[in-house]
Design a protein around this ligand. Structure first.
Ligand SMILES: Cc1cc2nc3c(=O)[nH]c(=O)nc-3n(C[C@H](O)[C@H](O)[C@H](O)COP(=O)(O)OP(=O)(O)OC[C@H]3O[C@@H](n4cnc5c(N)ncnc54)[C@H](O)[C@@H]3O)c2cc1C
Length: 413
């Protein structure tokens, strides 16, 4: 049988995996990447440490994708976290396991993951061509037959794998080209929007709080006054709002709520381990020890310095007042503020700052066993370009690798 010629468009996580697998399975693979270097996004993942995947069992893993998770069941059934970890270990990458099932390279080196993947595809014989942007798909009799690059250069192939990513962090190369290419052969694009983004608050946070990072915080999300969900962990303040892992986790729901013009509030519990009675006991203990401290230093035992003024403003307490002078009613206000630091949410970060793009190619139009398009034969669509998105924890990269792996196998079948 003649060797199959495959074109992969996009050298990110999904495209590199698809290209390497297809080449290993005997195909002649051309990988077209528009940037000077492939895998630019992988290099910055996980704050430069690359959270490759997660050890959560498959059912829990799929849950992290919400409604879009069902589509991934088949791909995960064939190439999941265990296989991905084994894949990297086989190529010499030492793996580290962290809290919440998160999997990283042991020395936290995201660029190393990128280099390892690029070396692997080259060794597998993939013809990797960089600084080539695909501008169109060639279609013959309803089947994809190749691609058109800049200067109208046509390249023909037996199958094309579209792995151009979403539209977030466009400086890494994912500028949303794939949506237009998929649309050109009849695909529906579920409205794209930023996911895993910082949130903007009604009141400017200002320089006083900007940059402050807090651990062990519980954030409750309210939409139109109803409590929707909560997240526990780390949070940070930006000049115009909130960010950090727990805010990113809540952000997908917030984006959809704000787009439908709902009212959104995030209420922070800064002392989730202490109920009102325990907080009062704690304040009484501090009072015994330091009765003549002004409020500005008395409260240092309960909160970081940056939070003292917002707390005193809320409780309408003069910062020079000594602890012993503090009326019970004022202590109650402080306790209430610590458990209910409230922010009205009025906006969210742009796609430029979004970790992933929600929306994308409608998954009902893709065969979940092969990633082949149901709109156009010989076209396969993988990775973040699809309407799949999860919260943080290594889920998104696993989805890119798994869908890439499945397509790489299927094109050779
Ligand atoms: C800052 C940041 C941190 C992240 N951290 C994590 C993490 O730790 N764990 C995790 O699971 N997920 C993380 N993600 C998400 C994850 O990186 C993505 O979901 C994943 O990389 C998507 O892979 P992909 O192959 O679909 O797309 P991409 O990695 O975006 O690759 C697409 C490639 O296609 C190329 N391309 C685009 N258009 C064309 C064209 N017309 N012609 C040729 N080439 C083209 C692009 O240049 C790019 O190289 C992070 C994302 C960001 C932005």
């Amino acid at each position: 049988m003649a060797q199959k010629k495959i074109i992969v468009i996009g050298g990110g996580a999904s495209g590199l995996m698809a290209a390497g697998v297809a080449a290993t399975n005997g195909a002649h693979v051309i990988l077209l990447e528009k940037m000077k270097t492939p895998a630019r996004k992988i290099r910055i993942t996980g704050k430069g440490r690359c959270n490759i995947t997660n050890t959560a069992p498959i059912v829990e893993f799929i849950d992290h994708f919400g409604k879009s998770g069902r589509f991934l069941r088949q791909a995960f059934g064939r190439f999941f976290s265990g296989e991905l970890i084994a894949f990297f270990e086989k190529r010499g990458l030492k793996i580290g396991f962290e809290r919440g099932g998160r999997v990283f390279p042991a020395d936290g080196d995201a660029p190393l993951v990128a280099r390892l993947l690029v070396d692997w595809v080259k060794e597998a014989g993939v013809d990797l061509r960089t600084e080539i942007s695909v501008v169109d798909l060639l279609v013959k009799k309803g089947q994809v037959a190749g691609v058109v690059c800049g200067h109208n250069q046509k390249i023909y192939a037996d199958a094309v794998i579209l792995a151009t990513g979403g539209a977030s962090y466009p400086r890494t190369g994912s500028t949303g080209d794939g949506y237009r290419l998929a649309q050109s052969v009849g695909h529906t694009i579920v409205t794209t929007r930023p996911a895993l983004v910082p949130l903007r608050t009604a009141e400017r946070i200002g320089n006083g709080l900007a940059g402050l990072q807090l651990k062990n915080i519980n954030a409750r999300l309210f939409i139109n006054g109803k409590r929707k969900t909560q997240a526990f962990g780390e949070l940070s303040f930006t000049k115009n709002g909130l960010s950090g892992p727990i805010i990113l986790t809540l952000s997908s729901l917030v984006v959809d709520a704000l787009r439908s013009r709902a009212q959104v509030a995030v209420i922070l519990d800064l002392k989730p381990a202490l109920d009102d009675a325990k907080l009062e006991a704690r304040m009484q203990r501090d009072l015994q020890k330091r009765p003549h401290d002004p409020m500005s230093s008395f409260l240092r035992g309960l909160m970081p310095r940056e939070l003292i003024q917002p707390c005193l403003d809320y409780a309408q307490i003069d910062h020079n007042m000594t602890a012993v002078m503090l009326p019970a009613q004022a202590r109650k206000k402080i306790r209430h503020w610590l458990k209910n630091f409230r922010f009205e949410i009025t906006g969210y970060g742009s796609l430029e700052e979004a970790i992933v793009t929600a929306g994308g190619v409608k998954t009902a139009e893709i065969d979940p066993c092969t990633m082949e398009s149901k709109k156009s034969k010989r076209l396969y669509i993988v990775g973040e370009l699809l309407d799949i998105q999860a919260d943080t924890g290594g889920y998104n990269l696993q989805a890119a690798f798994s869908t890439g792996w499945v397509a790489g196998k299927a094109v050779c079948g």
